[in-house]
Design a protein around this ligand. Sequence first.
Ligand SMILES: NC(=O)C1=CN([C@@H]2O[C@H](COP(=O)(O)OP(=O)(O)OC[C@H]3O[C@@H](n4cnc5c(N)ncnc54)[C@H](O)[C@@H]3O)[C@@H](O)[C@H]2O)[C@@H](O)CC1
Ligand SMILES: Nc1ncnc2c1ncn2[C@@H]1O[C@H](COP(=O)(O)OP(=O)(O)OP(=O)(O)O)[C@@H](O)[C@H]1O
Ligand SMILES: [Mg+2]
Length: 321
Amino acid sequence: MSSTSEADAESVLRLVTPSLDLKRHKGQAGKIAVIGGCREYTGAPYFAAISALKIGADLSHVFCTKDAAPVIKSYSPELIVHPVLEESYTISDFSEEERKQVQERVVGEVDKWMERFDCLVIGPGLGRDPFLLECVSEIMLLARKFNVPFLVDGDGLFLVTNSIDLVSSYPLAVLTPNVNEYKRLVQRVLNCEVDEENAEDQLRSLAKQIGGVTILRKGKSDLISNGEIVKSVSIYGSPRRCGGQGDILSGSVAVFLSWSQQLISGHESLSENPAILGCIAASGLLRKAASLAFTKHKRSTLTSDIIGCLGESLEDICPAS
Ligand SMILES: NC(=O)C1=CN([C@@H]2O[C@H](COP(=O)(O)OP(=O)(O)OC[C@H]3O[C@@H](n4cnc5c(N)ncnc54)[C@H](O)[C@@H]3O)[C@@H](O)[C@H]2O)[C@@H](O)CC1
Ligand SMILES: Nc1ncnc2c1ncn2[C@@H]1O[C@H](COP(=O)(O)OP(=O)(O)OP(=O)(O)O)[C@@H](O)[C@H]1O
Ligand SMILES: [Mg+2]
C-alpha cells in the first residue's frame, strides 16, 4: 500500500542548514569530494563540486583523470583538483602486474584524503572505462571501511547497477538515478520493468532489496525512499531540461547530508534519517533555484544560471543573519 507524503522541503532546509558562527573553523561546514571527470566530461564534476561550495561547504575536491584536471582547474580556482584517475588507454601496454600497481597508486591517492571527507559524490562525468571503474569500485570499498557517506550518480550508477554489492546494505549510500538510470536499476535488481502506477511501492521495494540504501528517483516529482518511508518533493522547478541539473543535485545532497549528520549526532532526540533529510533539502533547493533562474533567463536558462541562483534561493529560506 502506498503512503507517500509530500515533504516540507523548506522546513527541512531550515532545520539542517547550520547558522554562520564566528567560532566555527574552516572545514566544519563540510568537506566534499567528487570522484568524476574524464576526457569526455569535465562539466559534470565541476557543476557538482561548485554547487557544494555555493551552498556553503568549506572545501570541495575533485578526483579526475589527468586530461580532465587542467580543464576543471581552469573553470574555477576554488576547487582542489587531483589528477589521479587513469583510463585504459594510458596503460594499454602495461602487464597485469603493472596495471595492479597503477590501481594501487590510484586508490592510495584517494586513501590519503578519505578520512577528511564528510561525503563523496561518485560518478558525475566519470565515463565508463573498465579500468577506471575498477579503481572506483575499490574507492567505494575504502569509503565503506572508513564509514564515509557517499552518493552515486551518473556513470557511478552504471558501475553499481552491474555490481550491486558495492552499495548493498550500506546505510550511508545514496543513489540519485535519472529516468534511464532508474530503469536499468529496476531491471537489474527487481527483474521487472518500471511500474508508474505503483511508483512509490516499487521505489520502496528497490531500496529495501538493496539493503536499505537511500534512493532519490529524479523526475517531475523527486521521490525519495530508504526502503521504509517514501517522500516526494514536487514544488515547481523549471520547464528547462538542460543537462547538468542532476549534477547540481548530487553536490547539494552531499552537503545537506553532511549537515544533517552533524545535526543529528548532536541531538539524541532527533530520529530522522540524515540521508533522507539531505535528499529532501537538496531537491527543494534545486527546484527553487531552477524556478528563479527560469524567471530571469527563460528559454536560455542553463545549469550555470541555476548554480548562480543557489545562494539567493537558500538565503530566502535561511537568511545568513
Ligand atoms: N556538461 C557535462 O559534462 C555533463 C555531463 N554529464 C555526464 O554525462 C554522462 C552520461 O549521463 P546522461 O545523463 O547523459 O546519461 P543517460 O544514460 O541518462 O542518457 C541520456 C540519454 O537519455 C535520453 N533521455 C533523457 N531524459 C529522458 C526521458 N525522460 N525519457 C527518455 N529518454 C530520456 C536523452 O535524450 C539521452 O539520449 C554522465 O557521466 C553524466 O554525469 C551529464 O551530467 C550532463 C552534463
Ligand atoms: N520532468 C521534470 N519536471 C520538473 N523537474 C524535473 C523533471 N525532470 C527532472 N527534474 C528536476 O531536475 C533535477 C535533475 O533531474 P534530471 O532527470 O535532469 O537528472 P540527470 O539526467 O541526472 O541530469 P544531468 O544532466 O545532470 O545528468 C531533478 O532533481 C528534478 O528536480
Ligand atoms: Mg545525471
